[in-house]
Design a protein around this ligand. Sequence first.
Ligand code: KIV
Length: 298
Amino acid sequence: MTDGPVRQALTLPELAAMKPAGTKIVMVTAYDHPSARLASEAGVDLLLVGDSAGNNVLGYDSTVPVGMDEAAMLTAAVARAKPRPLIIGDMPFGSFQASDTEAVGNAVRLVKAGADAVKLEGAGPMVSRLRAIVDAGIPVMGHLGLTPQTATKLGGMKAQGRTATAARQLLHDAKQLEAAGAFALVLEAVPAQIASRVTRVLTIPTIGIGAGPACDGQVLVWHDLLGINEGVAPRFVKRYADVAGEIRRGLQAFAADVRSGAYPADEHVYKISAEELRAFETDLEPTAIPDADVWRDW
Ligand code: KIV
């Protein structure tokens, strides 16, 4: 038995019931313990420990370099918050493509790290990976449209499904993932009309990111929606806070206080009784405390 409060997580049946009830699903990425706690307190439904940690916290240029050790460590940090949202561990590039066996092994690793479910990108041969993981007893979320792990093959980080042929393929892939047992599907950067059609055709919920308002839920990356990332962003990003500005203001104020001597003030300092201090100083060489007089007033 572990100590601490028992986790009351959202269940998959509760999530599934949100689509027919018309209750929009709220998903955000989270890569650490305090973020998971705050998202939980804010009433978020799903937490994705996204491989977008690659660009957003690990300093990589893309999601491609993220490895299983990193994904497992971030997932464990999120899980230790015991959040109410369902925790979805994102399967990094290279952790599931080679074989069904490897996909199951790495999905199991994320679950052992604390994920309730995993997400993987793509269709085609990845349908078999998804089915294998589901058959191993692990819920899987699919991800279609712009799949950043294979963005080079898609012609870059750009919207997908913008021709009739591509849109038909997307719909076909979505149905295949649902049939293979996916419990939900992320649609990234696809035209709103196509996402709407996919959403109506599927019985599992769709979670859009740049896929318009008809999706059953929406996801944004933590650092985008809270304004930790600044500068140019994809058109679907809406900034709900200026956390970067707030952090900068706090750090500048701290630096100014340290340099002026305003910090630490009296209330930030631990005290010792005059008697103990006298006893302490009695045994010391006078030179041992260069500025001993400074302490007498305290
Ligand atoms: O890793 C991630 O953040 C994602 C979202 C964009 C859905 O996959």
